[in-house]
Design a binder for this molecule. Structure first.
Ligand SMILES: C[S@@+](CC[C@H](N)C(=O)[O-])C[C@H]1O[C@@H](n2cnc3c(N)ncnc32)[C@H](O)[C@@H]1O
Length: 248
């Protein structure tokens, strides 16, 4: 049995990571294994953003996580939300083995599927969809990427859809290219979240009510309400280890 490395999620939940081999996945040149080992601080900020966005939701909901990765979010969601069911999909076989390993002592209501989220996402009911998309932006959505799956999710009438959006990366350039779609988008990242909220409401009847962000990603919480106030939280440089820290 290969020796796992030991980590702490949110400073309270132990996490074990098997030594995984980087493999070629369709959407990128390396698996999430390698990414996590190279950039744990990013994942640390990401998991804090997700748990902050869900902090006021009750326990016992049905969670669907279509991009399981190595299981950092899954462990946090299990502990913080105690879901009544938790369905996880992942394309990369190495990550699936890791997910099964790190979640082995959690309740049996977890279903881990080795497959493509395009085939699963939105076909079954869930109260919360936690979509840590590998690559998702407003531009890609307007091109139709993940649009069918977004539509299917909305028809399940979840309480919330969480969306990882990579437009925060190099935002000082990105926002200029978005002006052609939405003249209200400015150099202020908050304007992007408001614009996404209006777009998602127009397309699916869900608008953005919360946004956690850092220099690489937006984490958007979409709920079935008209566009209005959005609560924001920035996760600055240096805040990653509070979300994910290697202990051994
Ligand atoms: C950003 S990572 C998720 C990380 C995860 N939140 C965690 O805590 O470890 C995205 C994952 O989506 C997987 N993926 C990419 N395309 C996919 C698809 N079409 N269906 C399912 N999984 C996919 C990648 O292999 C990668 O592990």
């Amino acid at each position: 049995m290969p020796t796992p490395t030991r980590w702490m999620i949110l400073d309270k939940y132990p996490f074990e990571l098997l030594p995984g081999e980087p493999t070629q996945v369709t959407v990128g040149d390396k698996s999430y294994y390698q990414y996590l080992n190279e950039r744990p601080n990013e994942t640390g900020k990401n998991v804090q953003a997700v748990i902050w966005l869900l902090r006021n939701f009750p326990k016992g909901l049905r969670i669907m996580e279509p991009f399981g990765g190595c299981g950092v979010f899954s462990i946090a969601l299990q502990n913080e939300l105690k879901p009544s069911s938790h369905h996880i999909v992942e394309l990369d076989g190495g990550c699936v083995a890791q997910l099964k390993y790190c979640l082995r002592n959690y309740p049996s209501r977890i279903l881990i599927l080795h497959g493509d989220a395009h085939d699963y996402l939105g076909h079954g009911p869930a109260d919360i969809f936690v979509c840590d998309f590998p690559v998702f932006t407003m531009t890609r959505l307007l091109r139709g990427e993940w649009a069918t799956e977004m539509s299917r999710m909305a028809t399940q009438k979840p309480k919330a859809i969480l969306i990882t959006d990579g437009s925060s990366y190099l935002y000082h350039f990105v926002h200029k290219t978005l002006l052609k779609y939405c003249p209200e988008i400015t150099s202020d990242r908050e304007s992007y979240a408001h614009a996404m909220g209006r777009l998602l409401y127009w397309l699916y009847g869900y608008s953005v009510t919360g946004c956690g962000y850092h220099g690489t990603c937006f984490y958007l919480r979409a709920e079935p309400v008209p566009p209005g106030e959005i609560e924001f939280k920035r996760f600055p440089a240096g805040s990653g280890p509070a979300g994910l820290r290697k202990v051994q």
